[in-house]
Design a protein around this ligand. Structure first.
Ligand SMILES: [Zn+2]
Length: 383
């Protein structure tokens, strides 16, 4: 048993600030109250006790291509199969790839992230490289695979077999975008994921051109097509058109926003406030390691301020912290993301540097201010 005592706890799904102790038994939080105190005691005086962060979208493989391609058009950098990123990945030896991924995984732990969702290129071999890179590191990974056959005119029964094989080794499927695969491939992917109770995700409406192409070729926006196909997680939504946002809300799917990536690629700012006002469940991801560190503290601060700047009005910081915790826990159905009885104990303990604990995390926290990290009830030694 572990008790975290004397901290300011951000409790429950609303991240309510309260002075309390947190009792952890085995993997779970079993009590949050003022007087509980059993087992090993961690003194969190002067600290905030918050749910550990969930990075809902990352491409760890791109750790080998940091800051490459800056200034080039987005399709030249990341569009499969010939983008700069894909050329670099294709010629990187697996051991080099694995080592650089491993560094990025440790960087996530150092900045308070205990769960990440990776878009994993390279089929089964790509999944193996990530498994090797993360071996022995106390982080929870949600791996979404893909296969080059999705991009070619492969018969649907063959796609189905390939998807089944991938899903034996990973948590879901994530093709790059609807510009690269046709709608019938998307349907096979979704049907197979649903049958095997796995996740499906895809980049959607990342920039205006992909939306124009989608409408020109199919008469529908990428958002409409992704919703029709039945994907669980849509990533980006930087360039919605017509009634895309209303549709999102009607379908009740979750959207992963990656504002630093969109900023780096000069494609716009995701409509965080409009989606929030419509009731869309919003998550946060650091996206491509080429442009961004995998640091959700940085992502939260950028998201808060760019959203306020874009709309020229207040946006609540609590909702930004929820994007990196509570909302992601719900979307991924992992029993994480909030500190309350019965949840898995994924906890970050950080120094409190201002009177407002949520703004203290978003505006001021660096990795040096993280005083403790717990994953599934176990204290993590951060390298
Ligand atoms: Zn991405």
């Amino acid at each position: 048993m572990i008790t975290i005592e004397n901290g300011r706890v951000l409790y429950g799904e609303n991240l309510d600030s309260m002075n309390a102790n947190v009792l952890i038994q085995d993997q779970e939080i079993v009590e949050v109250s003022q007087n509980v105190r059993q087992g090993k005691v961690i003194d969190a005086k002067g600290c905030i006790v918050a749910p550990a962060f969930i990075n809902s979208h990352i491409h760890l493989g791109d750790s080998v291509a940091m800051d490459m391609g800056d200034g080039k058009p987005i399709n030249e950098i990341v569009k499969p199969p010939f983008g700069i990123k894909h050329q670099i990945l294709a010629k990187t030896p697996p051991d080099l790839m694995s080592n650089s991924m491993r560094e990025s995984i440790w960087e996530m732990l150092r900045t308070g992230t205990t769960t990440f969702v990776d878009f994993r290129e390279g089929g089964l071999e790509g999944i193996d490289i990530l498994n090797e890179a993360s071996e022995g590191i106390p982080i929870r990974k949600v791996v979404l695979g893909r296969h080059d056959s999705f991009l070619k005119s492969t018969p649907n029964p063959v796609i189905e077999v390939i998807v089944e094989e991938l899903l034996e080794s990973c948590d879901g499927i994530a093709p790059s975008g609807l510009g690269e695969i046709n709608d019938s491939v998307a349907s096979v992917i979704i049907e197979t994921c649903e049958r095997m109770k796995k996740l499906s995700a895809i980049h959607v409406a990342e920039y205006e051109q992909v939306q124009r192409d989608s409408v020109n070729f199919t008469g529908m926006s990428e958002v409409q097509r992704a919703l029709n196909a039945g994907f669980n997680l849509l990533v980006h939504l930087t360039a919605p058109i017509k009634n895309d946002l209303k549709l999102l809300a009607d379908y009740g799917v979750s959207v992963v926003c990656c504002p630093r990536s969109n900023g780096a690629l000069a494609v716009g700012i995701p409509p965080v406030k409009q989606m929030f006002d419509l009731g869309v469940n919003l998550l946060l991801g650091t996206d491509n390691l080429m442009f961004n560190s995998p640091n959700l503290l940085r992502e939260m601060e950028y998201t808060l301020k760019v959203t306020r700047g874009y709309y020229r009005e207040y946006f609540p910081p609590r909702e930004i912290l929820k994007m990196a915790t509570v909302n992601a826990g719900k979307a991924l159905k992992l029993n994480i993301g909030s500190l309350e009885e019965g949840r898995l104990a994924d906890v970050v303990i950080v120094e409190q540097m201002s009177h407002d604990p949520i703004l203290s995390i978003i505006n001021r926290t660096e990795s040096k201010n993280i005083k403790g990290l717990i994953t599934e009830g176990k204290l993590v030694c951060i390298k």
